[in-house]
Write a protein that binds this ligand. Structure first.
Ligand code: FES
Ligand SMILES: [Fe+2]
Length: 386
């Protein structure tokens, strides 16, 4: 159930059900990855084939395509994919490739249109991908429009987020995501709305972004403002091995992770009492960082462009009712500015890492006990790159 302004205040009756700590192991002797994983074009190509062309990748949120005809174009690995809402409000994904002579169909990043029409010879496709019109092709013997639908990509929704897989036969998303089943229900993700997206162009390998996100060993020095409201040593992880890693950190009493330190919006959902003083951080292999706060949810989507360059879309999601005029507590910029500053601090040290790792002097270094999650992330990564 959504939590609106007219509802009674939250009570203590909701138990913090989402968190069950799993035994966390610190593998003594774990070291950072060898240099080639951060700089080698061959490893990058291998990752594209073995990870990004096979796994479920998040491309956005269902609210971006909520009305028939709404579309956006997503770059998935080295492919361009059209995500579109069809006439029945089903979200679909298609390769951005015309079935006539292969032309890219959509150039605009997003928009709304009743059909998908090729800019070259005007073959026209319905929102369900079926070829509806192909000028003069009725004169071609045996030409059957039914044979020239757009090529679909596998698409599934999970907690309102849109995932696609380019694999011919991907493992069902529901099976892959089973460890997260029901875990984030209280944050109401399907009903949230993004107030802002900032795209960062970071001169660092995508794995450095994950490793950075997965520990707060760096927080006292790199994020003095964050460390003040969220003690760097308060991490409690409950997913400690596998595709999904993370847990929560404490938020100081009466504080929020905002510039002002005050709550900046309605609670995103029916947040359990204890979780009002927690921020949950989870990485979803291989392209999502999910940061769940009581009053907003931040989602980073990563897209590796080269061994040393990663594009990161960062969205700040709020309760759909948060922006209503009657909500004086809605100050999304308070959260956005706080995390924009913090994000840039992170990207900066990731870029410095990239520079140092490229040196002939680099050799894998030892992880500390506070870096068990980056070490687990590396282990998982190595399971997928052969
Ligand atoms: S290439 Fe698309 S209609 Fe010709
Ligand atoms: Fe950080």
């Amino acid at each position: 159930m959504l939590h609106s302004a007219s509802m009674p205040p939250l009570t203590d009756t909701l138990a913090p059900t989402v968190f069950r700590k799993t035994a966390e192991t610190y593998t003594s002797g774990a070291r950072t990855l060898p240099q080639r994983y951060f700089v080698s074009p061959e490893v990058f190509v291998q990752e594209q084939e073995q990870i990004f062309a096979r796994h479920w990748l998040c491309v956005g949120h269902q609210s971006q395509v909520s009305r028939p005809g709404d579309f956006f174009v997503a770059e998935v690995g080295d492919e361009s994919v059209i995500i579109v809402c069809d006439q029945t409000t089903t979200i679909r994904g298609f390769y951005n490739v015309c079935r006539h002579r292969g032309t890219r169909l959509r150039e605009a990043a997003h928009g709304c249109a009743a059909v998908i029409q090729c800019p070259y010879h005007a073959w026209t496709y319905g929102l369900d991908g079926r070829l509806m019109g192909a000028p003069a092709m009725d004169q071609v013997p045996d030409f059957d429009k039914a044979n020239y639908s757009l090529h679909a990509v596998n698409l599934r929704l999970w907690e309102g987020l849109i995932f696609v897989s380019l694999a011919a036969k991907p493992e069902p998303l529901e099976k892959v995501f089973a460890p997260l089943s029901g875990k984030f229900t209280h944050w109401n993700l399907p009903a949230l709305r993004s107030a802002r997206r900032i795209t960062y162009d970071v001169a660092a390998n995508w794995k450095l972004i994950f490793e950075n996100y997965s520990e707060c060993y760096h927080c006292p020095g790199v994020h003095p403002a964050l460390a003040k409201v969220s003690p760097y040593d308060s991490a409690e992880n409950d997913l400690v091995e596998g595709l999904f890693l993370g847990g929560y950190m404490a938020i100081a009493k009466g504080q929020s992770l905002t510039r002002s330190g005050k709550t900046c919006a309605l609670p995103v959902g029916e947040i359990a009492a204890d979780d009002h003083a927690r921020v949950f951080y989870y990485s979803i292999f291989p392209n999502v960082l999910l940061s769940l706060h009581p009053d907003y949810v931040m989602v980073h989507l990563l897209r590796p462009l080269s061994p040393g360059r990663t594009l990161i879309d960062c969205d700040w999601y709020f309760h759909a009712d948060a922006s209503k005029a009657a909500e004086p507590c809605y100050h999304p910029e308070d959260a956005i500015e706080f995390w924009d500053m913090t994000n840039k601090q992170d990207w900066h040290v990731c870029e410095l890492s990239q520079l140092g790792i490229a040196s002939r002097a680099y050799e894998p270094g030892p992880y500390s006990p506070r870096e068990s999650i980056p070490a687990a992330w590396d282990r998982e990564y190595l399971r997928h790159v052969t």
